[in-house]
Design a protein around this ligand. Sequence first.
Ligand code: OXD
Ligand code: MN
Length: 583
Amino acid sequence: MSTKLTELAEWVDSVARRTRPAKIHWCSGSAEENTSLVNGMLDTGDLLELNRDTHPECYLHRSDPDDVARVEHLTFVCTRERDDAGPNNNWMAPDDAHELMDGLFEDCMEGRTMYVIPYCMGPIDSPFARLGVEITDSAYVVANMRLMTRMGDQALARIEREGRFVRGLHSTGELDPERRYIMHFPEELSIQSYGSGYGGNALLGKKCHALRIASHQARTEGWLAEHMMIVGIENPEGETRYVAAAFPSACGKTNLAMLIPPEPYRSAGWKVHTVGDDICWLQPGEDGRLYAINPEAGFFGVAPGTSNETNPNALAMLDRKTIFTNVAVTDDNQPWWEGLDDRVPAYDWKGQPYEPANGPAAHPNSRFTVSIKRCPSYTGESENPSGVPIDAIIFGGRRASLAPLVMEAEDWTHGTFIGAAMASETTAAATGKVGVVRRDPMAMKPFCGYHFGDYWAHWLDVGSKLAHPPKIFQVNWFRRDADGNFIWPGFGQNLRVLEWIMQRCMGQVEARDTPVGRLPENDGISTRGLAREPDLDTLLSVDGREWIGELDEIEKHLENFQPRVPDALTERVRAIRHRLEND
Ligand code: OXD
Ligand code: MN
């Protein structure tokens, strides 16, 4: 197979001339193709079959131990002008980056198969979807892209019709961390990734295309590409409202996307519909509302911590047709990770007999790749070519103090400010040092393909064109009491906060104005059916002195992005400070 699109055929030819593969395979996306790839990987040991009875069609991939995560220090945005990449990105001049990458790709596929993967990000018939072709020498990448994107013949047909596609070139190379680069050329709509087989570096449709390149495309075309999950909340009256939410890692984005309503909500008829767990493309609709699609077709989720308590929906989808990467296994060859249950694993993620002294059995960033359709709370709305209308955008973070459980922005500009100032405390697991506040604007720090100042200006611009913009909220599930205990029960109980958000969107409840935003009245968050009354006075309090300190920090943070920070944001800091000082 090949293509009738000359531009694509010529690009594939030129890559083959440089990389010199033994074979070229155009991916159709068929089940037969997948079976043959999987069988090939079982032969080479790239995949190991898991317990066929408990986990049919589930496989384990053990990566190189030095290749287990995204590599932000080796990830570059190569714009013509350095300033356009912004202080939020590593930058290299496009000519220098091309020279470096051309050298690495030279003959790198000798003796290997080169796979050509046409893919579509978003429902195949959606005007909001965007197309790409990834060339890779990794069968593991092909199998993952098949779960994560709409990949194969249908995508190729659309690429041939439309002619425009993002070019992604990937080789695992020698997996040498010294010869590893993830390069983005937003102005050329292209990506080049060398030396890593890890998801975020190698599945180019995900972070590289759907966030870094797409954020640039979105800016030039008038929409937003965001690091957000999308979920529909249905109340007992049968009305569904859709919410998009951005959280930095380790704040429970996937859990929130698949939340199971707790009692008494479940019996009352509340339902949660999962549209996506990681990426959201937002397009202004003709009716002045904002519409969201999930560009992905699957989940590439973190396994550790996923359990029947934290995320029963996730667990239910992981016992079939799942690729696991770097998890541990039990003695009867079932996948296992820390937090799953109290069984003791037999082998760790490196394949060594499990020895607690060697550290966690599953790598802390071990992953599952699975089709979204396997999720019990999956909704067919994920395939809606027009997207789902968004009523609320939520920005969240992990803050032991300061940030209230929930707060509503006064307007779109205030909401953009809240997103730009977003911060989260690091966890012990991640850094060894608890409570360090890191700014992660809109949870996009590693993913925005251009200067944050321009990105915030673009947010304001999109908002100014919406006759009916979504309301914007900030949430914080992680407030602690004087003894260090979480005050809010979290997980499924977060639906209580979503209920308030939904009621605000429907104009059903009042909020009280504070200098920093609108908060629920103390009886605004329902506690019916909770075993223990949480201290809502603390959860919904605003400490003026602490907030003035926060504003000092936010001003310093914004200063890093001058002179491109929109005046509307710096003016909003001044206005909030004035209100706090005069409160
Ligand atoms: C992810 C991430 O893998 O944000 O989704 O790192
Ligand atoms: Mn993510």
